[in-house]
Design a protein around this ligand. Sequence first.
Ligand SMILES: Cc1cc2nc3c(=O)[nH]c(=O)nc-3n(C[C@H](O)[C@H](O)[C@H](O)COP(=O)(O)O)c2cc1C
Length: 170
Amino acid sequence: MKTLIISSSLNPKSNSYLLCKAIEAELSKKDTEVTFLDLREYDIQPSYKEKTADMHNIEEIIRDHDNYVIGMAVHCYSLNDNLKALIDTSFPGEKHKLFGIACTAGGQKSYLATQHLVQIMINEFRMIPLPRIVYGIESDFDEEGPQNEHIKQRVVLFAEEFFDIGKKLI
Ligand SMILES: Cc1cc2nc3c(=O)[nH]c(=O)nc-3n(C[C@H](O)[C@H](O)[C@H](O)COP(=O)(O)O)c2cc1C
């Protein structure tokens, strides 16, 4: 099985990146080949701008994987701009493939923003959401990663469920 982790926030001090890294550490203990894509290292342009070489490369990388963990930041109670640009321009339709969401926000009350991403992935690409999301806020993190015990446990559970369901779907 090939799993792609897409960390989409462009924040130089991104917490969703740290959350994705914690998930990567758990998934790497399992029988899946994990690739980590940090979108801060790629040039993604919005719709109607010329498509960059990075955008073409990302499409190929996405196509080449069986399932996805998507790191999102909450912006204005929805998904972050860079993730939306990726989906709008460079996300190939990957029907019936599993995806899970690792989300960070400024406050506890924005967790339903993740449902905007779920709606897009289901309606646009017919993809299958993992029915567990990992959600953290700024006080759950230090520069090393998530420090809140509850989040750490959820990361373990998320990785277990992601792996078990992912395996059944390929
Ligand atoms: C443009 C912008 C809009 C934001 N909107 C929200 C919001 O609606 N709700 C919220 O809880 N946090 C909001 N935040 C805070 C971010 O979600 C928070 O900084 C989080 O850590 C982002 O993830 P990241 O660290 O991976 O970038 C916003 C931040 C930015 C930059």
